[in-house]
Design a protein around this ligand. Structure first.
Ligand code: SAM
Ligand code: SF4
Length: 333
């Protein structure tokens, strides 16, 4: 079907159909691969893009080919009244998938409202099943709350996935228990490689456990994994089935096997800037123009400028690479 506005196609013919919307940079835990231990202030409320403006931007981009929206952060459930935003976005007809990525800590109490408002998918981050491990990674208590959130999500009609990040020397021992847990819950688990987006700038290649290595560890325990062929080339995960057909597993390998060639993602930060890549150095402000009464065509033009400037790849392995100024929690993962 032709869209009302030109599709968001970049110089490399990548068509952008997916938008990640960060709704806050605040978080209730402090994962070492994302946030600093001490944060010197989150964005004040008056710098956040308000719900009406988020819905307006999504509606314009929905008329330019965006079909999937993922709410993220920081921790999206820290944004007060989030189900109201979910309701507003679910009424935008072109959006056929409305997802959220969460640490799960506040999920149990909000799941009914999120489902009623039209959320369709939830990814929950879980890196360990040991309380000590959780404290070591997130510098906070709270594993029990995350597990209650997962239980509530599994009981709900939402499509649920688990996201795990493994750091060498910290939680490699958790891989098999995590996979076993996901299979028991009947949900897919995806392992994401550690990217140089931590606020502490402590990333080093030696801490990255590649998808290939993880797959080897999993296969030793569960037998040879069978690749699942996906019709959607832009989805970043290489997915597999277990020999017994129970559960599912995927590997997202942005460091060892970049998937930039098929990237279809555009990002909107909590303070209303478009970004074309996690590792991009440029941002395109849309909040200011929206507050000054920009037309829908102007909003579309700003998104188009951002998409046109997208590089062929993230360049993590390039000589002279340095991480972007903002860390993962400030961009939106
Ligand atoms: N707070 C929510 C959560 O943790 O699920 C949503 C935001 S968080 C930034 C989104 C995802 O990014 C999480 O699954 C987290 O594991 C992942 N992430 C954070 N820092 C990362 C890094 N340096 N490299 C790779 N993934 C990272
Ligand atoms: Fe918070 Fe998510 Fe970052 Fe962990 S990964 S500190 S939960 S924003």
């Amino acid at each position: 079907m032709p869209s009302e506005y030109p599709y968001l196609i970049d110089q490399y013919q990548r068509m952008h159909t997916s938008l990640r919307v960060s709704v806050t940079d605040a978080c209730n835990i402090r994962c070492r691969y994302c946030m600093p231990e001490k944060v010197h202030g989150f964005l004040p409320r008056d710098r956040l893009l308000d719900f009406e403006s988020i819905a307006r931007v999504v509606s314009v981009l929905g008329r330019a080919g965006i079909e999937k929206v993922r709410l993220t952060g920081g921790e999206p459930l820290m944004r007060p009244d989030l189900p109201r935003l979910v309701g507003m976005l679910s009424r935008i007809v072109s959006i056929r998938q409305l997802a959220m990525t969460t640490n799960g800590m506040m999920l149990a109490e909000s799941i009914d409202a999120l489902v009623a408002s039209g959320l369709t998918h939830v990814n929950i981050s879980l890196d360990t099943l040991r309380e000590k491990g959780f404290q070591q990674i997130s510098r906070r208590d709270g594993l029990e709350q995350v597990l209650s959130g997962i239980a509530a999500a599994v009981r709900s009609p939402l499509q649920v996935r688990l996201n795990a990040l493994v750091l060498r020397g910290i939680n490699l021992e958790d891989v098999i228990p995590l996979v076993r847990f996901a299979r028991e819950q009947g949900v897919v688990i995806r392992f994401i490689e550690f990217m140089p987006l931590d606020a502490d700038r402590a990333w080093s290649e030696s801490q990255v456990v590649s998808g290939e290595e993880l797959r080897g560890i999993v296969e030793q325990e569960f037998g040879e994994l069978r690749p699942v062929v996906s019709a959607d080339l832009s989805q970043p995960s290489r997915d597999f089935q277990f020999p017994d057909g129970k559960g599912g597993i995927g590997f997202i390998d942005p460091v060892s096997q970049p998937f930039c060639r098929d990237c279809n993602r555009l990002r909107l930060t909590a303070d209303g800037k478009f970004r074309n890549c996690l590792f991009g150095r440029q941002e395109w402000d849309v909040r200011g123009p929206v507050m000054r009464g920009a037309s829908d065509a102007e909003i579309h033009r700003i998104a188009m400028d951002c998409v046109h400037a997208k590089f062929a790849s993230h360049g993590i392995s390039d000589r002279g690479f340095s991480p972007p100024e903002r860390a993962m929690y400030q961009i939106g993962g």
